[in-house]
Design a binder for this molecule. Sequence first.
Ligand code: SF4
Length: 610
Amino acid sequence: MTANTGKFLRINLSNGETATESVDEQVAIDFIGGRGYGIRYLYKELTPNTDPLGEHNKLILLNGPLAGTSALAVSRWMAITRSPLTGAFARSVGGADFGAWLKFAGYEFIIIEGKAEKPVYIHITRDSCRIHDASELWGKDTRETQKRLSQLYGKSTRTACIGPAGERLVKYTGIFSDRRSAGRCGTGAVMGSKNLKAIVINAQHNIQLFNPQAYNQLVKEQINLVTGNKGFQNHKEWGTTSTQDFTNEIGIYPVRNYRYGRLDGREKIIGDEYRKLRTGDIGCYSCPARCGKVHTVTYGLYNGAHSEGPEYETIWAFTGPIESTSIEATIAADQLCDDLGMDTISTGNTIGFAYELYENGILTKKDTDGLELTYGNHEAMIALIKKIAAREGIGNILAEGTKRAAGIIGKGAEAYAIQIKGLELPAYEPRGAKSMGYNYATAAIGASHCYGYAAQDIWGAMEPRPTDRFAEAENADVVIYNQDETAWKETGIICGFAGGWGWVADLFGKMLSAARGIDQYTDNSHLWRVGERITNLERMFNVREGFNRQDDTLPQRIRTEPLITRGAPGEGQIVRNQDEFLDRYYELRGWSKEGVPSPQKLAELGIGDI
Ligand code: SF4
């Protein structure tokens, strides 16, 4: 029996051609699937210096080898492309059912090439792939778009789409399915640049596994391990709606554009307060955690606001940056971003940047069309979100992200742009969790907590070893461990939360092997090698685009201004010696002083020819 390496669909929007192709077995051994397939195909197929919003960029949407099966938390999907926000490699992970549906249709990924002349959507079934006119959908929000396609094709459809902000090429827009998104790095703008509004899939459950009996037995073991795990039970209860209780406690909740590590009035936004507004929960395919907590406002200024969230990053994005304690405004802002198709992290961070420019007189009421960007003013925040999505007035500049916006505004605005490689920082203060900060600095996609989450610094995780969260170069090995581990888990595509539920080390490789029929996966060292291969190839993608050591830099504020924690631990912390960290990190990685993987390292990883 031959290995089950997966098929993929290539769709060219310029000429309307589609083709089904198979993955070579050696590629399946070396890259497994998911993020591995994504970087392997993007690196091979994209010409250097391709305009991210031009016809020649490619957008790859992938599931993993286990997607659509009854295993828990392995049916997420991922968008991979060259980012219009950063110019670097982009990967962003989404949830809900789209990954499973892509698998039911018979595919592990789709490569979307070219650019349609006018707005289109793609309809995929198990037997066909057709490109249709989308003029009727263009301009609709993500909710209306999915509803309309479901009316057209029936309830057994799942859709991934962009909102109006993606159509207008706002640089930090995502691709949405249900209310979950591959939100970061501007993947939505890439789809918008191709005049592609949506991909809708009609399919029934249909999975082919190499050894179904062995696989089903392993899934039973996984379910037993996961459902008995305390971390799983806590996540099922709260999702991430109480993470802010802890990050405020330890002084790493970024406030006023990363000046403070704790929010004044934080008791108003704790998990118990969100609990009072909870009206349901939602989840991803075959995951009983259902960690998306639904909230509805039934009073006051934001009466009627309803969001399938916010989760921790969004709770932060619409409170910390502008120092607001309004849960209701946060729910309204989350709903708006989901409808318009925007990444909440970059949106909140960019708005916080604008508020600080206003405080310093770099932006005035004249520039903001009369909006008063004063701390606590959440109504102005809501108005700014709409302006950004519409590219109206100041919104047109802020739609470019903090790095480009600072360049346009000038007058020293660069000092207030809290970004790395152009991607805005998320909700963990780097001076109070330095392994996380250095993960941001060295991540191929820019400042992402998901690229190598430093659970050691934040939650006291013991693997591979405990860390001192204020240490720097001493933790370079842990930063590498987190990044490589995330990379091999995302071949899965295992949900970032599920990695800590006590099953992965024992079972993941065996499940992959039963699904694919490739024995190498059962060797743990093979998985780690694949993870390292992926992070190195992603690095090479960036090197080819001209990125180097200078781009692995934490924002000026983080390196020069001591953190103020308002009574939490970590007062006065600053990043002391970035150079020492980078020297150590590059040395351990086998990279040059400039951060370029050595020929020996690439050969050792079997990607020297690439
Ligand atoms: S833990 Fe939450 S995000 Fe992860 S797969 Fe389950 S429902 Fe989806």
